[in-house]
Design a protein around this ligand. Structure first.
Ligand code: NAD
Ligand code: KPL
Length: 303
């Protein structure tokens, strides 16, 4: 069965390149004619791993190309995911699986609600990749990918193909816990790095503020049934800050490069959930307002 990978960015190319290299039938779905022409002119994608570059001529096509789609990996940003799936929806076969590789929460549920006839598998990943050139992707951080279906604990048979491709993965019944935990880490760290224009490590100077924010985020998570994702959050936030002290958070990098952030699927989600469950969230709400004001000032979308 063919893997269609929608979104030829950092993670889309990382996944497509490894699947293709393992001899698994893979096709990249590019946004438009121009991107397809550029991809073909480049001779496919280049994957850089441990300093070694490999050219991988993964076949590519457009959303409206002919042919059915039986397995779709959506590797767009959260704010593009639903529109991207809509662009290929008429090609999805009855039993097609949709794999959603997005940070945060909200976009996965939007896709699952709009296409209930398809099995939607959510992915939470810690691998890191970035684009050095249009179709040159650097695999920058080893990590794990947790896959799960909140509605059905049965693992899909195609996980073996991820083994064959060397894509690290683990099937989990607790995918929402994974996604909420990562969202909470991002909420505690990323907005503050933007507002203070600093590397992650500089946040250690604001231990009291982090303590209060983490306590609030823990209360929000517990109120929405995510007690496990809440457990010992502050401890992990501090560990992550220490481990990534020299790094700029992904949101800081987005803002510094003038790119839209995924805030609508991160801190905004936490605030929405707090409001829905009647949990007071003054710190998160104020943080979101300050961040939105900064984004507005910079001419960037506020969600
Ligand atoms: P990216 O911006 O590098 O790639 C997204 C790609 O999707 C872009 O090439 C864009 O043109 C394409 N796209 C958008 N709409 C499309 C459409 N309608 N049709 C076809 N293509 C479309 O993003 P990324 O870094 O690969 O991130 C994907 C998701 O994974 C994000 O939610 C991100 O937060 C998350 N994530 C990324 C990393 C990382 O290291 N890059 C790590 C962890 C999580
Ligand atoms: O995931 C991250 C990011 O930068 O997006 C970390 C390093 C955990 C900071 O929130």
């Amino acid at each position: 069965m063919t893997w269609h990978v929608l979104g030829a960015g950092s993670l889309g190319c990382l996944w497509a390149g490894r699947l293709f290299r393992a001899g698994i039938v893979t096709r990249l779905v590019l946004r438009n004619e121009q991107r397809l022409a550029d991809f073909q002119a480049a001779g496919g994608l280049r994957l850089v791993e441990a300093g070694v570059t490999q050219r991988l001529p993964v076949p590519a096509e457009l959303p409206d190309s002919p042919g059915p789609i039986e397995r779709l990996l959506v590797a767009c940003k959260a704010y593009d995911a639903e529109t991207a799936v809509a662009s290929v929806a008429s090609r999805l076969t009855d039993g097609a699986d949709i794999l959603l590789l997005q940070n945060g929460l909200g976009s996965q549920q939007a896709v699952a609600q709009r296409w209930p006839q398809h099995r939607c598998i959510f992915i939470s990943g810690t691998e890191g990749a970035y684009r050095r050139d249009a179709f040159e992707i650097v695999h920058a951080g080893l990590g794990q990918n947790w896959l799960g279906d909140p509605d059905d604990p049965t693992p899909p048979e195609w996980l073996a193909e991820l083994d064959a491709a060397g894509i690290p993965h683990e099937w989990t019944r607790e995918i929402l816990t994974r996604l909420w935990r990562k969202l909470a880490l991002n909420c505690a760290i990323n907005p503050l790095t933007v507002l203070n224009d600093c590397r992650n490590g500089a946040l250690l100077a604001q231990r009291d503020g982090l303590h209060s924010l983490c306590s609030e985020l823990e209360r929000i998570l517990r109120a929405c049934g995510q007690a496990e994702a809440a457990s010992d959050l502050e401890h992990e936030v501090l560990l992550v800050i220490e481990k990534t002290a020299e790094n700029y958070s992904s949101m800081h990098q987005d803002v510094a490069s003038g790119r839209r952030t995924e805030i609508g699927y991160l801190l905004a989600q936490a605030c929405e959930v707090a409001a829905r469950h009647g949990v007071p969230a003054p710190l998160s709400t104020a943080l979101l307002s300050r961040l939105r004001a900064r984004l507005r000032q910079l001419g960037l979308p506020e969600d």
